[in-house]
Design a protein around this ligand. Sequence first.
Ligand code: NAD
Ligand code: UFG
Length: 329
Amino acid sequence: MKILVTGGTGFIGSHTSVELIEKGYDVIILDNLCNSDASVNSIIDSITNKSHVFYKTDLLDEDGIERVFSENEIDAVIHFAGLKAVGESVQMPLEYYNNNITGTLNLLKVMRAHGCKKLVFSSSATVYGVPKSVPIKEDFPLSTTNPYGSTKLMIERILTDLCAADKEFDVTLLRYFNPVGAHPSGLLGDNPTHPNNLMPRIVDAALGKTEALTVYGTDYPTRDGTGVRDYIHVMDLAHGHIKALEHMGGMKIYNLGTGNGQSVLDLVKSFERVNGVKVPCVNMPRREGDVAECYADASKAERELGWKATRDVDDMCRSTWNFALKSRK
Ligand code: NAD
Ligand code: UFG
């Protein structure tokens, strides 16, 4: 099968491309490189010992997407490409709506024109807004708290309507919780230019790039007062996409998480212990828009896809540090 991976040079897309190639799929990567580097392509090839096709194409360029589909018989698409910084989306809503929604509509139009009707979409736990309780199940109420989240929810609705109108479309929405970790080679990982998420900021504090990790909120109603999230290893997440592809049929929705909540301090302590480094911390007030606890009920993916996260927090911390020392710029 020939799979088009949009956003395939990004963090999750690159790990998934490796997994796909290793499972025998033909991979075509489309990315405009707005948040990744073309060198990731040769890293993917060197890890897998195989080559893949890469198009530097923007999803806002419909003719460019058309070229990719005319030159290749694509069987299915895994759609990672999108802008993902919550804070930035509040500052630049038009750019976020245009990139994420127009980009997806362009992709869908070209897919339909070429009779390619299988899509796996990168959604997010952000579509649960402030969850009514935890663990979160797929049928919980949906809402959003920022433009980034709204783009994810709107795309989910567009895809739901498309599947209702055209029964030949198979769409799987994967709602990721908090992806962290890196490829065991240390050659692929998360390499943000302006780190906002917890794990890259732990790394910066451990490397001495920042004075300390700012712990946002120590007065949440959680076991140690800090925010609790469901951190999931990017290799497990990559594997989840293979399982999703193997089980397509109509409209499907799955949480991809471990089902376990870890606090900010839990993650810091694990990172210090497994890597033998210090992560200086400074307590700060709560960050606006954060919820106390967010973790998945991941049992539907286990039941229906036969997928379960297998890597623990120690693996996540170890592989992140390995990548940081080997490859992070
Ligand atoms: P990433 O930024 O590393 O990868 C996204 C890739 O898409 C980048 O390589 C970027 O250059 C590309 N891209 C963006 N807009 C494009 C466009 N118009 N045309 C072509 N390429 C474009 O992000 P990631 O962490 O790998 O996330 C992948 C997907 O998963 C995103 O859709 C993101 O919203 C979603 N997601 C991520 C997280 C997370 O915490 N990392 C959580 C939930 C959902
Ligand atoms: N945190 C800190 N200090 C930091 C950064 C984060 O204490 O410097 C805390 C946050 O307050 C939160 C936890 O670490 O309690 C996790 O924060 P992240 O920013 O790493 O992740 P979020 O859960 O806020 O959001 C992430 C993605 C969203 C996605 C969501 C659910 O950034 O895009 O997971 O998938 F929607």
